[in-house]
Design a protein around this ligand. Sequence first.
Ligand code: HXC
Length: 510
Amino acid sequence: MKEILKELEDRRAQARLGGGQKRIDAQHARGKLTARERIEVLLDEGSFEEMDMFVTHRCTDFGMEKMSYPGDGVVTGSGTINGRLVYVFSQDFTVFGGSLSETHAQKICKVMDMAMRVGAPVIGLNDSGGARIQEGVASLAGYADVFQRNVLASGVVPQISVIMGPCAGGAVYSPAMTDMIFMVKDSSYMFVTGPDVVKTVTNEVVTQEELGGAITHSTKSAVADKAFENDVEALMQTRRMFDFLPLNNREAAPVRPSFDGADRVELSLDSVVPSNPNKPYDMHEVIEKIVDEGDFFELQPLHARNMIIGLARMEGQTVGIVANQPMVLAGCLDIDSSKKAARFVRFCDCFNIPILTLVDVPGFLPGTAQEHGGIIKHGAKLLFAFGEATVPKITVITRKAYGGAYDVMSSKHLRGDMNYAWPTAEIAVMGAKGAVEIIYRAERDDADKIAERTKAYESHFANPFVAASKGFIDEVIMPHSTRKRICRSLQVLKTKSLENPWKKHDNIPL
Ligand code: HXC
């Protein structure tokens, strides 16, 4: 019996070595952790339950029958993060470069199926040279099996991808369909075709980092939601973000104890909006002063910075925050910011996360670049996302809410549950100057007259009271009591029940 037990221990020890000590050392020399070390950092200590440790590939071409590693290049199983269940797969670059074989894919599919069955999130730690070249089409089939599960799991359980090494070719499309992508700076990259193919086809010379590194994807392409300095930071931040999320689409997000009183008054908010309407202020400051302990997990902080999105808590309950940022492009809506916020609103709605919208928007960004780039369709994404969302929606207009952008930003008309305005709010169809130049076109050469008309228009419309008199704003509130108001509303809205008409699915303008 002892010998049998020892054999199991020996086999386990061999599997834990992956592609061998030399390759583990090479992984460390690149500043990367191994697949197993990453799981240890990600999960609660001792919580990992491994599955399929002894699975090997079935390929017999190219001498592969003589080269087989237990586990086949991916470590899979379940564990907990702060006591809550999660399924994990972690690709092992020391085994055939973490490349995906038929059996490697089957292991990933197995944990995804389990996760969907029991209602727990899936976190994928990606570090792979792509399709296992020796296996050819069997590997492509494996990818497609994973893709199909990504689609089925979307909106059912949260799916998070952490890119910690290469992720190239069609392999990028699995993370692309998950809810969130985090990347590690300098050691991870994602592209559909690498620098060599780019050079051959387009003659462009570009490095891996420029083409698809963490900075590129978290600033330009928005493929990644966040970039981190190293493996440990990426994994610790993944733990932090996981804590905001429910386990699946039927559960509420966990409530974490908060030491921040729900009725905390924040007097400094009374002076945050400058008296000059053209002067910016930092909406981050408003967010941090409203949410529990100023703890805000921002997503895509370096892309479309005129829109802020992220997760925070109010009285311990997770909320998704969508906010215009007056510091960048005056907070206007454009293609990138609309797409950024629209996907986030839909994410929150999938996973029962109430949405808090902070509005200071002068309108849509004008120009041929925007029109030709399809701002009509992309702006509609955000309008659609807010309009279809059935989670509790609370809106606070801090300053400007002009034109179509007023409607879009979770207005009362899009089933906003509680729509507040600060006394500094200006809610109007367009800016006073533009409005006067149209209504009083005949007087446009008389500067004094136009100035007088502009002033009159401003004093009539540049306030929240016209909208409030029509019930489009539920209450004009003191900025210092914003947190209190939101906390109360969220309490009331806990029992909100709203359903959209039955449909197979909607047809959001993609
Ligand atoms: C099999 C692979 C492999 C792969 C790497 N290896 N990629 N084995 N299939 N796709 C093996 C190497 O042979 C090597 O084995 C070990 O992994 C480490 O690779 P190195 O090249 O030494 O590492 P590095 O210099 O860091 O380069 C990493 C790399 C490079 C950039 C990922 O290996 C690479 O370019 N690989 C091929 C990438 C690729 O073309 N993949 C297929 C794309 S098509 P030893 O034994 O020496 O340790 C695709 C289609 C998917 O993915 C479609 C889905 C729809």
